[in-house]
Design a binder for this molecule. Structure first.
Ligand code: ARG
Length: 459
């Protein structure tokens, strides 16, 4: 089988061996193969419907492609570097199988609109899978949050104990982030799902093509409305990668928390052994490798986003070979994201919580100081004065080495005469939590409502 380049006619010497490898994409773009075939079949149908090729050509192309698909799926297809990319490899094989009909397939088409179509088909399918995986992770979060709707933990600002919250409430913050992430995915899908075919190399086609027909057959929502834009922009891939970087960033923050909470200094949680590893030198170690890697791989996905933006920024219209470099970052983003989401959903099911350690941290942190200030405000003291009085009470308790709730009524009254014998109700953690019962608040009853509402959005 001759593998000379389809474009070699105008060249006087063969391409340098290193240049061949440097310019080829088949080692990675073969991943688009099934979508390339799908796109070609859509194109061929239209060519036949418009009488640009004969019905017998279409039948031959369909037969050849069905065989090629089998060869690819069974791993028997031989990918050749000499044939540069996935498109030329498949087209050559088709021509070997069905002769001239195979050579007619590329009528009214260029690899420029072909590759843009393939990536969009591939990414559309990936987005649909990502959305399902995000939902599975959200479900895991809901299940854990439900078990811990009443579990007290310190809420932090500046990583200092701030106010009591419930662990369920804390987890639901991540549910919200992922809800927006899923929304971003479905939103960018709309812009992915537009058909470039028909744009040909850059200027459109002189044949009587029917782009709407191809769009419909391939499940696109419409056609790209400018041929130059259709073949050259990869903003849809950049947008997807930005959305992926945000998912990863959210999970990186979550991971940072899991890592801290698992440290004996916090001792809030334990992560199942199957998500941790030991140390080769320190026998006592159990390391949270998975969350650490999620945090690390976030850097990798953020890097892909910057790579794609940089790839695009200097390109004049229309297609340039630079765009061949879009695939590896995009593929790796999808792989990293899917693995991360899958692992995370299961890892959360392997988390055990040390309720006592969480409660102890709340009690040691003067977490109900704001509640005491609010109590004084309700009795008529301006908030700034209440803040000052409570700050002095905290300092007093700190010197004494006890909590605010351990101070007697008489001691508390030294800081404000407005304190009466109902004060200890607001100093308890449960009282503090229960008072924050509006939408978005941490009261256990409200957290349970939020979980129930969230569950409905997933079903
Ligand atoms: N392998 C190329 C890519 O990924 C396909 C398009 C090549 N087009 C061209 N005119 N060289 O972008």
């Amino acid at each position: 089988m001759s593998t000379s380049k389809v474009w070699s006619g105008r060249f006087s010497e063969p391409v340098d061996a290193l240049v061949k490898r440097y310019t080829a994409s088949v080692s990675f773009d073969q991943r688009l193969a099934e979508f390339d075939i799908q796109g070609s079949l859509g194109h061929a149908n239209m060519l036949a419907a418009q009488n640009i090729i004969g019905k017998d050509d279409l039948a031959a192309i369909q037969r050849g492609m069905a065989e090629i698909l089998q060869e690819i799926r069974s791993g028997k297809f031989e990918w050749l570097l000499d044939l540069e990319d996935v498109h030329l490899n498949i087209e050559k094989r088709l021509t070997d199988k069905v002769g001239d009909a195979g050579k007619r397939l590329h009528t009214a088409r260029s690899r420029n609109d072909q590759v843009a179509t393939d990536i969009r088909l591939w990414l559309r399918a990936a987005v649909d899978e990502v959305v399902v995986l995000i939902h599975k992770l959200q479900l895991s979060i809901l299940d854990l949050a439900e078990q811990h709707a009443d579990t007290v933990m310190p809420g932090f600002t500046h990583l200092q104990v701030a106010q009591p919250i419930t662990f369920g409430h804390h987890l639901m913050a991540y549910f919200e982030m992922l809800k927006r992430d899923a929304g971003r995915m479905t939103d960018c899908r709309k812009r992915i799902n537009m058909l470039p075919l028909g744009a040909a190399a850059l200027a459109g086609s002189g044949y009587p093509v029917n782009r709407e027909m191809v769009a419909k057959e391939l499940g696109f929502d419409g056609v790209c409305e400018n041929s130059l834009d259709a073949v050259s922009d990869r903003d849809f891939a950049i947008e997807f990668t930005a959305a992926a970087a945000l998912v990863m960033t959210h999970l990186s923050r979550f991971s940072e928390e899991l890592i801290l909470w698992m440290s004996p200094r916090f001792g809030f949680i334990d992560i199942a052994d199957r998500y941790c590893t030991g140390s080769s030198i320190m026998p006592q170690k159990k390391n949270p490798d998975v969350p650490e890697l999620v945090r690390g791989k976030t850097g990798r996905v953020n890097g892909h986003l910057v790579a794609l933006l940089t790839l695009m920024k200097g390109q004049p219209l229309a297609y340039n070979k630079d765009n061949q470099e879009d695939k590896e970052p995009l593929f790796d983003t999808v792989d990293t994201l899917m693995d991360t989401l899958t692992i995370y959903a299961d890892m959360l099911r392997g988390i055990t919580v040390n309720n006592d350690a969480m409660r102890r941290a709340v009690l040691e942190g003067y977490a109900t100081a704001t509640d005491l200030a609010d109590y004084l405000v309700k009795k008529g003291l301006p908030f700034r004065d209440a803040h000052e009085a409570v700050a002095l009470a905290v300092r007093h308790a700190e010197i004494k080495g006890c909590g605010l709730e351990d101070l007697s009524l008489a001691e508390l009254q030294k800081f404000s005469a407005l304190v009466t014998d109902d004060v200890h109700n607001v100093l308890t953690v449960e009282g503090s939590l229960a008072s924050r019962k509006h939408i978005g608040g941490t009261a256990p009853e409200q957290v349970k409502k939020a979980i129930a509402k969230a569950r409905k959005t997933l079903s």
